[in-house]
Design a protein around this ligand. Structure first.
Ligand SMILES: C[S@@+](CC[C@H](N)C(=O)[O-])C[C@H]1O[C@@H](n2cnc3c(N)ncnc32)[C@H](O)[C@@H]1O
Length: 221
């Protein structure tokens, strides 16, 4: 790890909006997120958040929702966690964990929505994809009935895989587009337009190279 990564990784552990198992026992988090946020507002997760600017952007737009950005890379999450503190955004938190253990940190039905943003396509390890059936079954344990999953990606492989799974498992598909920005209707309401235009770090990199962004929204229960 480079010097700056080590500094950021150490610094983020001191932030009041940052959680990881060695700081807080999982059992003290699940079912208690609304105590941390001091309200009963809906909880939205971003899984594989990287730097977490997407959650910070959503938190600015939706003060009535609580956002928890999750990833295993603490030094990356420092960026978003620091932005949130600088902006006094108290409706966004950061949880460092492998998503494989996500059910340890939330109680049944505690989560309203999940965002999968530019998840690793994992070409050779389909079961490690964050939109695989194994992960969907984990998400079902923590989502409210009717809870929503959103996915944004540049990857044809991952999007096709997810679209197939939605069909095979008969999930309730709400929206799907293979060209999010090309398909956005001109008269779309301003809030929705803003949400789609909040870009993650990877999204900015990929769109600069001309990648077409795909999006889908569905329910698994
Ligand atoms: C391609 S990056 C995308 C980051 C961010 N969402 C963005 O769009 O800028 C994928 C991220 O997912 C995280 N990730 C992948 N699999 C994970 C897992 N099983 N548990 C935790 N994080 C994971 C990686 O650490 C990485 O930060």
């Amino acid at each position: 790890m480079g010097k700056d990564k080590i500094r950021r990784f150490a610094a983020v552990k001191e932030f009041p909006n940052f959680f990881e198992p060695v700081i807080k026992e999982p059992s003290s988090l699940g079912g208690n997120w609304n105590k941390h946020f001091k309200n009963d507002n809906p909880i939205v997760l971003e899984l594989g958040c990287g730097k977490g600017e997407y959650s910070v952007g959503l938190a600015q737009h939706f003060p009535g929702k609580n956002f928890i950005a999750c990833d295993i890379k603490g030094a990356r999450m420092f960026i978003g966690a620091e932005q949130a503190l600088e902006q006094d955004l108290d409706n966004v938190a950061f949880l460092r964990t492998k998503i494989d253990f996500i059910t340890d940190y939330f109680s049944s039905g505690e989560v309203d929505e999940i965002w999968l943003t530019f998840s690793d396509p994992q070409p050779k390890k389909p079961n490690k994809r964050l939109s695989s059936k194994i992960f969907m079954d984990r998400y079902r344990e923590i989502l409210k009935p009717g809870g929503i999953i959103h996915m944004k990606t540049d990857s044809d492989l991952l999007f096709e895989f997810t679209e197939e799974l939605i069909k095979e498992e008969n999930y309730d598909l709400i929206e799907l587009t293979w060209d999010l920005y090309g398909d956005l209707p001109e008269n779309i309401d301003p809030i929705t337009r803003d949400i789609f235009h909040i870009k993650t770090h990877y999204e900015k990199l990929f769109t600069a190279k001309g990648a077409v962004i795909k999006y889908c929204k569905f329910r698994i229960s």
